[in-house]
Ligand binder design. Structure first.
Ligand code: HEM
Ligand code: HEM
Length: 229
């Protein structure tokens, strides 16, 4: 067995920051009092992470690219069919099923982050685009934002179950790989050592932060305060 560096630093830091930020979103919305301002900041941060991951998925490191891991539904079916047979072949990067779960959670989180921009906590905090929608559309956004988190729970349950299945049924420690970046590979399998691409990493992180700044600050409508005396 040889150790191959498959998860570059930007992909790993994206993943673990996302995990921390999602926990913080739950805490600041559901458990802590007076934490809505932090919930907004956390939501903008997640939006930035997602924009970064899309850029990284197109121009980033080898195994992080969508073109490397998103395969046709037929390949997903074949992978699932052979999973329990002797013909099972381990995959170096994301497996075909995992690839679709990545697309699923990214779509859900984009929906959460975007719907959040249009809603209010009915007390002091309005999302930056709250004023542009009609009352009906606000209610739809509110419904989407509140229900969307159920999909996050569902993903998390499947995600952790998948890690356990790989650990105990296939003896693959995926979590360790997502922490260190290294995965054990049969020398027979052709695997590429990923690169961190530091310059692109910094450039895309700045670009993602700038896009969030444009969305949240520059393009957001001015808030008109209504005071009633
Ligand atoms: C991916 C990012 C986000 C996640 C995972 C998230 C998650 C949540 C959760 C779990 C709740 C509680 C829902 C419930 O009680 O059923 C919530 C409520 C809320 N979120 Fe987010 N949120 C995100 C982004 C945002 C953003 C960007 C904003 C605004 C800029 C925002 C504004 C709000 C507001 C105003 C509420 C309503 C609180 C209330 O009903 O009192 N969220 N969010
Ligand atoms: C709400 C929490 C979580 C979210 C939103 C999440 C999301 C994701 C995403 C988007 C990826 C794809 C990474 C990429 O290509 O950029 C991924 C992969 C991964 N996640 Fe998570 N994750 C969460 C929690 C966890 C936890 C708690 C663990 C560990 C116990 C974990 C372990 C992993 C591993 C090992 C992979 C790589 C899977 C593979 O080898 O294909 N995740 N996760």
């Amino acid at each position: 067995m040889q150790q191959v560096y498959i998860w570059d630093f930007p992909t790993r830091i994206f993943h673990w920051l996302l995990v921390i930020a999602i926990c913080s979103q739950y805490l600041t919305a559901e458990l802590l009092d007076d934490a809505m301002t932090w919930h907004f900041y956390g939501g903008y941060f997640i939006l930035g992470l997602l924009i970064f991951r899309v850029l990284w998925g197109v121009f980033g490191a080898y195994y992080a690219r969508f073109s490397q891991f998103v395969v046709s539904p037929r390949k997903v079916w074949n992978y699932a069919r052979l999973f329990n047979s002797s013909a099972y072949q381990p995959v170096v990067g994301h497996n075909p099923l995992g690839a679709y779960s990545v697309l699923f959670i990214m779509t859900i989180l984009f929906t959460q982050a975007i719907s959040g921009l249009f809603i209010t906590d009915d007390i002091f905090h309005d999302g930056p685009y709250y004023s542009v929608l009609s009352e009906e559309t606000r209610q739809i956004m509110n419904w989407v934002h509140h229900q969307g988190f159920i999909a996050v729970w569902l993903f998390l349950a499947l995600h952790i179950s998948a890690m356990l299945v790989y650990k105990f049924a296939k003896h693959q420690n995926l979590v360790k790989s997502m922490i260190t970046g290294y995965k054990k590979q049969d020398p027979e399998t052709s695997a590429i050592n990923a690169k961190n691409h530091w310059f692109k990493f910094i450039a895309f992180a700045c670009m993602a932060a700038f896009i969030v700044y444009l969305v949240v600050v520059v393009f957001a409508p001015e808030v008109v305060e209504d005071f009633y005396y």
